[in-house]
Ligand binder design. Structure first.
Ligand code: AMP
Length: 122
């Protein structure tokens, strides 16, 4: 599967992004709408649409996304204070871009649970 996504356009430099990490398999760039003092997205260059599409065959690159996220947290200086890694899946998870991405959020203490409940009260 190699369909074009918003994020493959960033990989291919067809749209601009503040790229902070790149290797042969991964790209990381600042989120355009940051939800924390530091907010970046780590993506695989190959398109994996959702967390439901993670398999034994592509799990290696998914593991490497976490390695890159930890490296970024150390480089940014908030690894020891702590940070949050999030991957939203499908509608209920709040996913809007169907190319998996690990949100790396840091730079302030964060509450739990992390979500705003979208469901209307009856
Ligand atoms: P999600 O809702 O988990 O699918 O996250 C998608 C994320 O992509 C959101 O946090 C958006 O702010 C972010 N985003 C959308 N377009 C861009 C872009 N062109 N550059 C950087 N981040 C983007």
């Amino acid at each position: 599967m190699s369909s074009e996504t918003l994020f493959t356009k960033i990989v291919n430099r067809e749209i601009p992004a503040d790229i902070i990490y790149e290797d042969d398999l991964l790209l990381a760039f600042k989120d355009i709408n940051p939800q924390a003092p530091f907010h970046a997205l780590v993506i695989p260059k190959q398109v994996i649409a959702t967390a439901n599409d993670i398999t034994a065959e592509n799990s290696d690159v998914v593991g490497k996304m976490y390695v890159a996220a930890a490296k970024i947290a150390k480089q940014e200086g908030f690894a020891d204070d702590g940070y949050r890694l999030v991957m939203n899946c499908n509608e209920h998870g709040g996913q809007t871009v169907y190319h998996i991405h690990l949100h790396v959020l840091g730079g302030k203490p964060m509450g739990w649970p992390p979500y705003t409940d979208k469901a209307k009260k009856a």
